[in-house]
Design a protein around this ligand. Structure first.
Ligand code: LLP
Length: 407
């Protein structure tokens, strides 16, 4: 994945030319990579009835959502607005799984009115759902399995101290509420965290769900969430989706026979589908030597890609303009009035002012977490399909910063 080719071009289009044609900073997404990732999952889980629900929060551009729809997969959303974007991309409400966290109940009602699949993650919401709809509308329940897993504490969501899900220890309470309101529970859900490498973790969590599931008679699906780890750098450990598909499918089939019904298995990958498909192209504005460090300053920063500063995430960087240059050590920093190191102490081919750098794995949680901090504009986005690059979002303008302000 970090071959020289991939560092210079995407589907045969030179990154340098793309930077010139569309300007920088620029998010570039390769549709082929997304399609290949979907195919890998379909193949890995081919022995069971798998429904992939793309976690839209990773990258919500409607054109990307439309690409997902064309591949025949569904979508997972965390807000009604994400659901509305998904509908604009052509998803039917029933294909949209709504998994909110700590929202006002009115947003859940709105999602019910749209016809989304509903997934509830706290007991008060379950009570309100019961009081409002009784058995007339179905909902799923997000279980917190009490398992610590994932890349780091901030992106781990299934442990005891996490705000997500209803603790598995509260299962008796859940059952009481379901009985009290004759609730129609159509699915059980779990999302343990992002960047979960270990297949064993997925299996352990699945077992917790399978056991709990025997308490609910009307299930149609079990949702195992997302969190499949991809490589951010050479040699990174990744989730072995083939091994996961094989092992999880086996235990799922066994569970279905215990349950007495063939259910659907749902998964909600975000990073797995779009992380590696995306690059952020930036331009070097200054090479700044200090007595201790050589900085390459670029026309971007934590406003466009917050992951390095927020999670200490490692993003591979390549010098698109000078791939064969002599290697030196650089720290790549942004133009924001904060410490916004995008990549520290990297060995890169010599960087000069004006050189285009590509920041890799920028497809997931890149643009979708971008902001206007320092009154900076958010970048344009380009999608490459069938060897052609298409602008799918314009760079913002000054007028966009004024939108909504009352003067
Ligand atoms: N399903 C649910 C309910 C989720 O909350 C998430 C991610 C996913 C699926 C997809 O997880 P993935 O396959 O992308 O790991 N912004 C952080 C990651 C936060 C993920 C939030 N939820 C990052 O950039 O690492």
């Amino acid at each position: 994945m970090y071959s020289e080719n991939r560092q210079q071009s995407s589907q045969g289009l030179s990154l340098e030319n793309l930077a010139q044609e569309f300007g920088t900073p620029l998010y570039v997404y390769d549709a082929n990579t997304i399609i290949q990732q979907i195919e890998k999952l379909k193949k890995a889980f081919s022995s069971i009835d798998l429904k992939i629900k793309y976690a839209a929060k990773a990258l919500t551009n409607v054109n990307v959502l439309r690409l997902m729809k064309q591949q025949g997969i569904g979508v997972d959303v965390v807000s009604v607005n994400e659901g509305r974007l998904a509908m604009m991309a052509g998803f039917s409400p029933a294909e949209i799984m709504f998994t909110p966290n700590c929202v006002d109940f009115s947003e859940i009602e709105e999602a019910v009115n749209y016809g989304f699949a509903i997934n509830l993650d706290n007991i008060p919401a379950l009570e309100k759902f019961g009081r409002t709809y009784g058995h007339s509308k179905a909902c799923a329940i997000r279980i917190n399995p009490g398992v610590m897993a994932g890349g780091n504490y901030k992106i781990s969501t299934g442990h005891d101290q996490s705000k997500f899900g209803i603790s598995i220890q509260q299962l008796p309470q859940i059952i009481d509420i379901v009985k009290k309101y004759n609730l129609h529970i159509n699915g059980l859900h779990v999302h343990t965290g992002s960047e979960v490498v270990d297949v064993e973790v997925f299996l352990k969590v699945a077992d917790i769900l399978f056991k709990a599931a025997l308490n609910f008679q009307e299930l149609d699906f079990i949702d195992f969430g997302g969190g499949f780890k991809v490589a951010y750098q050479e040699g990174d450990k990744v989730t072995d989706v083939n091994a996961l598909g094989k092992a999880l499918s086996e235990s799922f089939q066994k569970f279905c026979s215990d349950y007495g019904k063939k259910l659907q298995a749902w998964i909600e990958p975000g990073k797995f589908l779009v992380s590696e498909a995306g690059l952020l192209l930036v331009k070097t504005t200054v090479v700044k030597e200090t007595p201790s460090i050589t900085f390459a300053g670029v026309n971007s920063g934590l406003n466009h890609l917050i992951r390095p500063m927020m999670y200490d995430a490692y993003h591979h960087v390549s010098n698109v303009s000078n791939p064969g240059g002599e290697r030196k050590t650089y720290t790549i920093v942004g133009y924001i009035c904060e410490t916004d190191t995008l990549a520290a102490e990297r060995s890169l081919p010599e960087i000069q002012e004006g050189h285009i750098l590509a920041i890799h794995n920028a497809g997931a949680y890149g643009f979708s977490m971008a902001s206007n901090y320092n009154a900076r504009l958010r970048p344009a986005e380009v999608l490459i399909e069938n060897g052609k690059a298409r602008l799918i979002r314009k760079q913002e303008s000054f007028e966009d910063l004024l939108q909504g302000q009352i003067m």
